[in-house]
Design a protein around this ligand. Structure first.
Ligand code: 5AD
Ligand code: SF4
Length: 475
C-alpha cells in the first residue's frame, strides 16, 4: 500500500518549490502526498528562518506532532517526522536533542538524499522498537554534488502556474539576513537544465513559470556553448518555449539589475509587468549599515530604467523599519522613497535580530514602540498605494490566468499580469487558461471582474489598460 507523505511548508516560494521536489524524490519510493499529518507515515516540516521566533514555532509544532506520533504508535502505525529547510540548517543536531520526536533533520541542499536518510531512519526505528534506538539522521551538509543533478526528472507537475528554481543561495551578506548562512553560497543551475525543466512543466500544463532564487537576478548559469548566461538571456530563451505564455522571477536584488535584464523587460512580452525589487530602506545611512551595496538614488535610477523599458511595470518591495540606529530622519527618507516610487504592493517588517548576523551585534536598538509606530505609518502609506492601484484597474480588460476555485460556488480566482488576485464567475473548464476579464471593481487586496465572452459587448476590447494608478496614488 502506498505510504502517505505530509509536508507542511513555511516561508518563501523557494520552500514551496523544495516541498514539491521532496514529494518527487519520494514518489518512486512509494510515498504519495496525503492531506493531513494525522494519517501520514512521514511528516516533514519545511521550515523558514526569516521570521522572528521561527525556531520556537517549529518546536511548538513538533510538540503537537509528538501527540500524533504517540497516537499512531498506539494504533500500531509508524510515523516518521522530519524537519527540513532553513531552521533545520541553522539548528542541526540541536533539533534532534531538543525534540527527540524528530527522526530526520536535513537542510535545503540535501533533500535529494531523502531516500537513503529514510532507510537509516527506519533501521533505527526497527532497532529501537519505539524509535528511540541509535542516532538520529542529521544531514545539513552543503554537499559537493549538486542537488539538482540528483533530483528526479519526473515531476508531478504543478498546474498552470508553476515555480522553477534557477538559483540558490546568496553572497550579498546583508547584515540583518540569515540566508547566506542557511542557504549557502550562490549557485546557478546550467541554462540547459532550466530549459529542460521548463519544457517538462509546460508539457505538464504550465502556462506561467516563476523563476525562483534567493537572489534570482544574480543568475549566471553555464550555457550550452560554454558561455555564461545572465537572467535576461535566460528569460529570452525561455520565452521561446511554445505554450509558455507568462514568465516572472523573484526575488531580485537592485545591484544585479543589468542592461540585459532591463532589455528583457522591454523586448519580451511574456515577461509580466510586475517586479518584486526589495529596497529595505530609503536612507543611505541605513542602507550602508545594512550592507545593501546600493543607495536610495541608485535604486530610483534602476526603477526609472525599468519603467522606461516597460512603462506599465508595477513594483513591489520589502522594507525593514527600526534597523539599529535608524532615526526619525532615516525613516522619513523611507516614506519619501515610497511616495516617489509608488508601489503596487509591499511587505514591511520590524527589524528583529537574527543570532549570528552582524546587525545582531550593532547595538543602537530602536525601541519596540518606535518600531511599531513606524511600521504602522509605512503600512498605511503602502496600503493606500495598493488600494489606489487596484481601484485604477476598474474598467480595464486584463488577461487572467485562472488557478483555483473561489470560496463562492461558480467563482474562479486567478491572477492578472500585475499579480493581483482576480475573482470572477466562470465555469471550471476555464481553470488553467488565460481568459480576458473585464475588471469591475478594485478592492484593498483583490479585483473582481466578469469574463469577457466571445459574443459579448466586450469582444473587441481585448486591450490591457496601462496602469496609471501609481501616479494617482502619489498625487
Ligand atoms: N528583521 C526583519 N526583517 C527581515 N527580513 C530579513 N531579515 C530580517 C530581519 N532580521 C525581511 C527582509 C527580506 C524579507 C524576506 O524579510 O525585508 O527582504
Ligand atoms: Fe538576504 Fe540580502 Fe541575500 Fe536578500 S540579498 S537573501 S536580504 S543577504
Amino acid at each position: 500500500m502506498a505510504k502517505k507523505l505530509f509536508v507542511k511548508t513555511y516561508g518563501c516560494q523557494m520552500n514551496v518549490y523544495d516541498s514539491a521536489r521532496m514529494a518527487d524524490v519520494l514518489a518512486p519510493h512509494g510515498y504519495e502526498p496525503g492531506d493531513s499529518a494525522e494519517s501520514a507515515d512521514l511528516v516533514i516540516l519545511n521550515t523558514c528562518h526569516i521570521r522572528e521566533r521561527a525556531t520556537e514555532k517549529v518546536y511548538s509544532e513538533l510538540g503537537r506532532l509528538r501527540a500524533l506520533k504517540d497516537e499512531a504508535a498506539r494504533q500500531g502505525r509508524r510515523m516518521l517526522i522530519g524537519v527540513a529547510g532553513c531552521v533545520a540548517q541553522a539548528e542541526g543536531e540541536e533539533i534532534a536533542r531538543r525534540a527527540p520526536v524528530v527522526d530526520l533533520v536535513f537542510g535545503p541542499q540535501t533533500y535529494h538524499r531523502l531516500p537513503e536518510m529514510l532507510v537509516r531512519a527506519l533501521d533505527r526505528y526497527t532497532q529501537g522498537g519505539t524509535g528511540s534506538g541509535g542516532a538520529r539522521v542529521v544531514d545539513t551538509d552543503f554537499p559537493a554534488e549538486a542537488k539538482f543533478d540528483h533530483l528526479p526528472e519526473e515531476s508531478r507537475g504543478q498546474g498552470a502556474a508553476a515555480f522553477l528554481s534557477v538559483q540558490e543561495g546568496c553572497d550579498k551578506f546583508c547584515t540583518f539576513c540569515v540566508v547566506p548562512y542557511t542557504r549557502g553560497a550562490e549557485f546557478s543551475r546550467p541554462a540547459a537544465a532550466v530549459l529542460a525543466e521548463a519544457r517538462r512543466l509546460v508539457a505538464a500544463g504550465a502556462v506561467e513559470i516563476t523563476l525562483l532564487g534567493q537572489n534570482v537576478n544574480a543568475y549566471h548559469g553555464e550555457s550550452a556553448d560554454g558561455g555564461i548566461w545572465g537572467l535576461g538571456r535566460l528569460i529570452r530563451a525561455l520565452a521561446e518555449i511554445e505554450g509558455l505564455a507568462r514568465l516572472r522571477y523573484t526575488t531580485s536584488h537592485p545591484r544585479d539589475v543589468d542592461d540585459e535584464l532591463v532589455a528583457a523587460h522591454r523586448d519580451v512580452p511574456a515577461l509580466m509587468p510586475y517586479l518584486h525589487l526589495p529596497v529595505q530602506s530609503g536612507s543611505d545611512r541605513v542602507l550602508a549599515a545594512m550592507n545593501r551595496k546600493h543607495t536610495a538614488e541608485t535604486y530610483r535610477r534602476i526603477v526609472d530604467r525599468l519603467r522606461e523599458a516597460r512603462p506599465d511595470l508595477a513594483l513591489s518591495s520589502d522594507f525593514i523599519v527600526g534597523f539599529p540606529g535608524e532615526t526619525d530622519l532615516d525613516f522619513a527618507d523611507t516614506l519619501r522613497l515610497v511616495r516617489e516610487v509608488g508601489y503596487a504592493q509591499a511587505y514591511s517588517f520590524k527589524y528583529s535580530a537574527r543570532p549570528g548576523t552582524p546587525a545582531a551585534d550593532m547595538g543602537e536598538a530602536v525601541p519596540e514602540a518606535v518600531k511599531a509606530e513606524r511600521l504602522a505609518a509605512l503600512q498605511q502609506l503602502i496600503g493606500a498605494q495598493q488600494t489606489a492601484f487596484n481601484r485604477s484597474a476598474a474598467g480595464s480588460v486584463q488577461p487572467v490566468l485562472f488557478e483555483r476555485q473561489g470560496s463562492r460556488a461558480g467563482q474562479l480566482v486567478g491572477r492578472g499580469p500585475w499579480m493581483q488576485s482576480v475573482h470572477a464567475d466562470a465555469p471550471d473548464r476555464l481553470l488553467g487558461r488565460i481568459v480576458p476579464v473585464r475588471i469591475l471593481d478594485g478592492h484593498a487586496n483583490s479585483l473582481s471582474g466578469a469574463v469577457v465572452t466571445a459574443d459579448g459587448p466586450d469582444s473587441n476590447t481585448h486591450r490591457v489598460a496601462v496602469h496609471s494608478a501609481i501616479e494617482r496614488a502619489i498625487a
